[in-house]
Design a protein around this ligand. Structure first.
Ligand code: HEM
Length: 411
């Protein structure tokens, strides 16, 4: 057993860069020190795990030794209270067992029509052509879809605005190196407003999901609904905006994404098939996984790949790093949907996490996202502007300058 390589206490010197460019820093540490990197020491020990077998160790094989007593879960807990996205143990298991069957493919039979209707209504508003920011449009769309699917009703624009205020503070807290004081007033007010809004919807909402969850106490139900909204709309919105941007860069032969994908782009029809759209969404989530980092705390001392993981220390698993691991992905920076057309599942692909806490909404997201892409691309031509589309590592992986495009609606 030994100590994993890394800059040790020298990490203090790296902190400004880590905060300014977390994605670049994570990749640089992986390149420099390898698949397991130790940052900090003592109470501040953090390990970055960059190999799929390490991710499986923590998330699946030894998940009982890794809990969510972490900064990121504490920040989310301020918003949702105890819920599926923050909890461990018996409470978590009880809720997960109750909710799991409601998110299986069979239970989501009405989702496709909700998605197609909402997407067509959005496209109708773009007629005949419109300059839009797809990052903003996708956020509105997935919020509408989530509310209709979860509550059987529309919620209005207030929710997006409130969620933005809340997530900004939650992210600041999750990434702060120093202790936190009391949350700012506007954050507390936004949390109270979201709670009140969701309670109002619960009072009048009607959906199969709500009926099945009425066995929960009113507080539990409200918390789980806020958690679902939080987990289920921003993630998919970002995956969608990235997918549109990457497909268009690739189709137009942007030098950043060479266009040698003849098998998939023989004709436009191929690029509209559901196999292509699903593969494009998967590939976009490989390059820009909406959940770019997963955090856990080691409960007891552990050993990963011969290196000590002390009790109470933090481990980070970054899908952004795993999805660029050169042993698993040839030419990892290249957008290439054909990676997902055939062949076995790549063990270094974890956009939805792994193990018992793996995403509850994977079937939901993988019905919704390809269907939105397909519906938009069947009816519209998307023309990218000159703005460089860059990631911004936030609670999810957003776009630094949005995704401004011109949409031409042709049907
Ligand atoms: C592209 C879209 C999505 C991505 C990339 C994504 C990703 C993830 C990831 C990586 C996790 C695991 C986090 C961890 O291990 O700590 C997770 C958990 C979760 N996701 Fe998603 N998600 C997406 C969409 C959704 C949707 C649509 C829903 C709801 C309908 C949802 C609900 C949840 C819930 C409730 C959890 C917590 C599960 C648990 O701990 O039992 N997600 N998601």
């Amino acid at each position: 057993m030994s100590t994993a390589p890394g800059p040790g206490l020298g990490v203090i010197a790296h902190l400004p860069r880590l905060r300014r460019d977390p994605l670049g820093s994570l990749l640089a540490y992986h390149r420099e020190y390898g698949d397991i990197v130790r940052l900090g020491a003592g109470a501040l020990t953090v390990h970055l795990l960059g190999h799929p077998s390490h991710a499986e160790h923590v998330l699946r094989l030894h998940h009982r030794n890794y809990d969510r007593q972490t900064r990121s879960a504490a920040a989310v807990r301020l918003v949702t209270g105890e819920s599926l996205v923050t909890n461990d143990g018996d409470e978590w298991r009880r809720h997960r067992l109750l909710m799991q069957p409601l998110f299986n493919k069979d239970a989501l039979s009405s989702l496709s029509s909700i998605v197609v209707d909402a997407t067509n209504a959005m496209i109708d508003q773009w007629r005949p052509r419109r300059d839009v920011d797809l990052a903003v449009e996708m956020m509105k769309l997935t919020s509408t879809i989530a509310c209709r699917a979860f509550f059987g009703t529309d919620v209005g624009d207030d929710l997006d605005r409130l969620m933005s205020v809340i997530l900004e503070e939650a992210y600041a807290r999750a990434t702060s190196v120093f202790g936190w004081g009391r949350p700012p007033r506007d954050f507390e007010r936004a949390c109270a407003d979201v709670r009140a809004l969701v309670e109002r919807i619960l009072a009048r909402g009607d959906s199969p999901l709500l009926s099945a969850l009425r066995t929960l106490s009113p507080d539990e139900l409200r918390n789980e609904m806020i958690a679902l909204l939080l987990a289920g709309h921003e993630t998919t919105a970002n995956a969608l905006a990235w997918t549109f941007a990457l497909i268009e860069q690739w189709r137009t032969g942007n030098p950043a994404s060479p266009n040698d994908h003849e098998s998939l782009r023989e004709d436009r029809q191929d690029c509209l098939s559901s196999a292509f759209t699903t593969a494009a969404v998967q590939e976009a989530m490989r390059l820009y996984p909406p959940v770019w980092i997963v955090e856990r705390r080691a409960i007891e001392d552990d050993v990963i790949h011969g290196f000590d993981i002390p009790a109470d220390s933090i481990v980070y698993i970054s899908p952004y790093v795993l999805h660029r691991h050169r042993d698993f992905w040839p030419d990892p920076e290249r957008f290439d949907p054909s990676r997902f057309v055939n062949g076995p599942r790549n063990p270094a692909y974890l956009p939805f996490g792994s193990g018992p806490h793996a995403c509850l909404g994977v079937a939901f997201a993988m019905i919704e996202a390809p269907l939105v892409v397909q519906t938009v691309r069947e009816r519209c031509i998307i023309v990218l502007g000159n703005t460089k589309i860059e990631p911004r590592a936030w609670i999810t992986l957003r776009h630094r300058n949005g995704v401004p495009v011109q949409v031409i609606v042709n049907r």
